[in-house]
Design a protein around this ligand. Structure first.
Ligand code: NAD
Length: 249
């Protein structure tokens, strides 16, 4: 079948990568043409149209740059893409001479994307907002990419509504014991056996609170979003950040 999209997975031996391999193999319109992990050479991507990258934050920028240099579209789930890394990638795409698309999403679960959207909508109505992200203990980064992105969206919504910074609690917190701040929004990270990926956004104002909560209980929850991104990335040249850009929300 000519219309099959050929997919290679980088980080294929990992928890997410192996799940992506299974999901690609089960999809009628996709063909798995390569599995790559830490010691593999990415110079021959097996004729892939799209690479799905779920590795580690320290390796992801080089892996993605490698694919871009070969004119192959990339769907990236690895976290750690701060503003500086994104700017460098955007330049690499521009310099590559290829009409290549890269889609980076800190969270491929549709419910998480909706939670971020709802948090953004609610942000301007509440004086205070804090984010609690809860993950399995093997997660290497904190705060999570989803929490960082939610914080940035919420902060931008507050700014455009003319709200100032989230006020500090009265507790003095010189050592950051209450958690990190991302773009001025407090973020708390919990690492606990039994958890997969969870997040709460708690908004409060006089006399009321609103809690938005999303739970991924299994990594299969990310697969519809990953496959939607694989199918869409070819129609989105350049850099796209966030699954919401390819979902019809
Ligand atoms: P994992 O540790 O199970 O897997 C990572 C894999 O990457 C391992 O097999 C490792 O050997 C491999 N790897 C290490 N260095 C590499 C390199 N240089 N090149 C290629 N592969 C390399 O981790 P995981 O739970 O699968 O998560 C992977 C990443 O995805 C993390 O950054 C995690 O936070 C992120 N994540 C994102 C989402 C999302 O929806 N965007 C969901 C879950 C996890």
């Amino acid at each position: 079948m000519d219309s099959l999209i050929r997919v290679a997975v980088v980080g294929a031996a990992g928890r997410m990568g192996s799940q992506v391999c299974r999901a690609v193999e089960a999809a009628d319109d996709l063909e798995l043409v390569g599995r790559f992990d830490v010691d593999d050479d990415l110079r021959d991507l097996g004729g892939a149209d799209v690479v799905v990258e779920f590795s580690v934050p320290s390796a992801s920028p080089d892996n993605v740059a490698h694919c871009v240099g070969q004119g192959v579209d990339v769907v990236v789930g690895t976290t750690g893409w701060d503003e500086e890394r994104l700017a460098r990638l955007e330049q690499q795409i521009a310099d590559s001479g290829h009409d290549v698309g890269v889609l980076i999403a800190p969270n491929f679960a549709v419910g998480a994307v909706l939670m971020m959207r709802f948090a953004e909508q609610a942000a301007r109505f509440y004086e205070s907002v804090e984010i609690i992200e809860l993950h399995h203990p093997n997660k290497v980064d904190a705060p999570s990419g989803t929490a960082a992105r939610t914080a940035r969206l919420v902060a931008a919504a507050r700014r455009s509504a003319g709200l100032g910074d989230v006020p500090d609690a009265t507790t003095d917190d010189p050592d950051g014991a209450r958690g990190a701040r991302v773009d001025g929004i407090p973020v708390h990270s919990v690492r606990l056996r039994g958890l997969v990926a969870h997040q709460e956004v708690v908004l409060g104002t006089e006399g009321e609170t609103l809690t938005l909560r999303h739970d991924s209980f299994d990594r299969v929850s990310f697969m519809p979003g990953v496959l939607a991104a694989v199918r869409a990335v070819g129609d989105h040249p350049g850099l796209t950040v966030g699954l919401e850009n390819v979902l019809d929300l």
